[in-house]
Design a protein around this ligand. Sequence first.
Ligand code: NAG
Ligand code: NAG
Length: 773
Amino acid sequence: MTKRIGYRNWRWLALWWRHFILLWSTIDGQTRYTIPEELKQGSVVGNLAKDLGLGLSEIFDRKLRVASEAGKQYFNVDAGKGELVVNERIDRDTLCRQSASCVLPLQVVIENPLQLHRIEVEIRDINDNSPNFLTKDRVLKMAELTAVGARFPLESAEDPDVGSNSLKSYILSKDECFSVKVKDIEGGRKIPELVLEKPLDREKKAVHELLLTALDGGTPARSGTSQITVTVLDNNDNNPVFQKAVYKVRVNENSEKGTSLIKLEATDSDEGVNGEIEYSFGEHTLESVLSVFDIDAVTGEMFLRGELDYEVAASYRIDITAVDKGSPEMEGHCRVQVEVIDVNDNAPEIVLTSKPSPVREDAPSGTVVALISGRDLDSGNNGKVTLQLTNGHPFSLKPSFSNNYALVTSGVLDRESSSEYNIEITATDAAFPPLTTKKTIPVSVIDVNDNPPKFSQSSYNVYLKENGLPGSMLSSVSASDLDFGDNAKISYSILDFKVQDVSVSSYVYINSDNGSIYSMHSYDYEKLKGFQILVQAKDHGSPSLSSNATVHVFILDQNDNAPAVIYPSAALGSLPHQKMPRSTKAGYLVTKVTAVDADSGHNAWISYRLAEATDTSLFSVNLYTGEVRTKRAVSEQDDSSQRLLIEIQDDGEPVQSSTVTLAILVEDGLHEPILDLRQKVPEPSKKSGRITLYLILSLASVSVLSMVTFIILAVKCVRNSRSSGSCCMRRDDFDGDMMSQSQSFRSCLSPMSEFSDFTFVNLAAVALRNIFC
Ligand SMILES: *[C@@H]1O[C@H](CO)[C@@H](O)[C@H](O)[C@H]1NC(C)=O
Ligand SMILES: *[C@@H]1O[C@H](CO)[C@@H](O)[C@H](O)[C@H]1NC(C)=O
C-alpha cells in the first residue's frame, strides 16, 4: 500500500492541529511519552500525575481526564495511581501508516481551575509485519526470442512496517536465465524487476519456476514470497528437418495409380503449430512432375497420381518442402529421386522409311522395294528389335545400319502369276517374353510386256458357202494376252497376201478390235475354192509383241450350175439330128448324150433320164452314161422320125436340170452305124476329136502330176501325222452334206493349189467318158 491518507485521517489531523494552536497559549510545557506499538491493554505509558505535578488527591478532585479527538480512546488515566495506561491496542502501522514518526497528541483536562495540558505519546514501530505479496502466484509469458537484458517489473511486496522494519530487499530463487533487480522509485518504494540474463530456449526449458522472496530490515528479518512461473512462448525457431537430404525410390513404369512410393518424414522441434508440418512439392516443380506424383500434405506419403512411362521420363528429381505452420513459416527441404524401371510395355514398331514402290516384273534380284526400320520405345533388351520376313515370297530383308532394313527382291517375279505380294514382316524385341508386331506391306508388280498375244487356235478353218452376201461375217478370231493394260490390248490385222494375184485385203476385212472377219465379196466356188488369211494379233506394249494365225477359208460348193450338154450340141434353133437304120436290133447305141456340170460333187453328179419320147418303148437312156439305146428292134411300123426329150439332172440340192431334145431319123437301108455316125455328124465328131486329143494329152500330164503330188503328200502325211500337221483335214471338221470323194481328195491339198488341178480332173473325167463311150 502506498501512503494514501484516508479522508478520516486528514480530518483527524486537522482537528488535532486546531486544538493544538488554540491551547498553545494556555498550556505550558509538554510531556512526551514513547511507547512501542501493540502494548497490552493496561500497560503503563507514564505517570501523568507526577509529570504534571499533581497530587494523587487532585486527580480525583480536579477530574483529570485524557481527551482524544481521534475518536478512539487509546489511553486512559488510572485515577488511583495517576498513570496513563493503554486502553486499546495501538497499531502504529494502521495509525500512522508509513510515516516515519507516529505521535498521538493527547489533551489532559483538569478542572477547577480548568487547565489544559498537552501530552504526546510517540508510538514506536516494531517489526510486526512481514513483507507481503498480494499475488502469491504470478504467471509470466515470455517469448522465446526475448532479448537478453529485458526487464519485467514484478509486483512489489508490501510491508506496513517502517524504518528498518520496512521492506529491504528481494531475492530470487536460482535460475540461470533470470535475476532480480530492485528499482527504487520515488517515495522509497522498491520495485523488483525480473531481468533476463540468458536467451531462453523453449526447446530446452519451457517453464521456469521462480520464487521471489521479499525481506524486510527487521531483526530478525521477516519475508514474504511470491511464486513466479515463466512460461517460455515458443518461437518458430526450428525448421522442419528431413532425415535424409536425398531419398531414392525405384518404381516400375507400369505401376498403378495410387501406388505408394515413399513416406517422407520431417521433424520440427517447435511445438504447436510451429511444429506442425505440411509437405508439398517444391515451388518450381514442373507440371510434368505434378501430373504424375502426389504427396499427402499431412502424412508426407508420396504416391502416383498419373502414369509413369519410362520412355517419357526415366527418372525424376522432385524437391519436397516441409513447412511448419508457425509465423514466420520455417521450411525444410529434401529431394526424392525416382528412378523408373523400364518394363517391356511397348511392342516393337515397323516403320516404313520409304513407301513400298511397285517393282517391275523383270526387276533383277536385289532391287530395293522399300526401306523399313524397326523401332521400340523400350530401352535395353526391351528395345532391341529384329525384323523377319515370312517365307514364300521372292523378297528378302537386307539389314543396313542399326534396325534399318531394305526390302529387296530375291527371286524372279512374274506379274502374270502374282501381281501383288502382301509381305508380312514380323518385328520382335529381345525382351523375355518378347513382344511382336506384324505388318503387311503390299508390293505390286508392274507389268512388263513379256507375253505375246496368243490365238485361241493356231489356225482356223472357215467353211463358206459360195454366193454369200458381201459384208457378211465370215469368222471371228480371238487372241488373249496375259499381260496387263496396254500390254494386253490387242489389235488384229490381216497381213497382206496375194490370192490369185489379188491382195487378200480386197477379199476380207477384219475388225481390228475384236477379230471379226468379214467377207468383202461373194465368192464363186467354181472360180475360187478357198484361200488363206494370215491374221496378226499385236498388243499395244512397247515394244509390242505379236503372233500370227492362219485362217483357212474353204468355199463350199453350192448347186448353182445346171448340167450343160456338150454333145450333141445343138446349133441355135435347130435340133440335133441322129440317124439310125431301120434294121437295128435291140440294144443298138443310137447316140450318147454328154453333159457336164460346173459344180462339183453331188452337184456335178449327172444323171440322164428320158423325159419324153415319140415312142417310149423304142429307146432307153442310160441313167449314168447318157447312152441312148434301142430297147427293141425297129419295126416297119415305127415312125421314121422319132423325137426324144432327155432330161439331165445333177444330184445337187435343189436339183438343177437341163434338157436336150434329140431328133432321130430312122432310115431304111443304113448299115454301118458307127461310120455313119462319124460321117453323118461330121461337125461334132471333128470338134470332139480335137477336144479329145487335147483332153488325152491333158489327162496324161495331169495324171502324172497328180500322181507325183499325191505321192509327195502321202509321204508328208505319214511323216507329219504324229505332229498333227496341216496336211489332211479331219472328217469331223466338216459336217456339211456336200462331202464327196473329190472333196475328200481335195482336202488333202491346199485350197490354192487345188483349184486348177481339180478343174482339169473334172474335165478329164468327162473327156474320158466321152472317149470310151
Ligand atoms: C465385233 O464388233 C462388231 C462391231 O461392233 C460386232 O458386230 C461383232 O459382233 C463383234 N464380234 C464379236 C466376236 O464380238
Ligand atoms: C507373222 O507373219 C509375218 C509375215 O509372214 C512375219 O513377218 C512375222 O514374223 C510373223 N510373226 C510371227 C510371230 O510369226
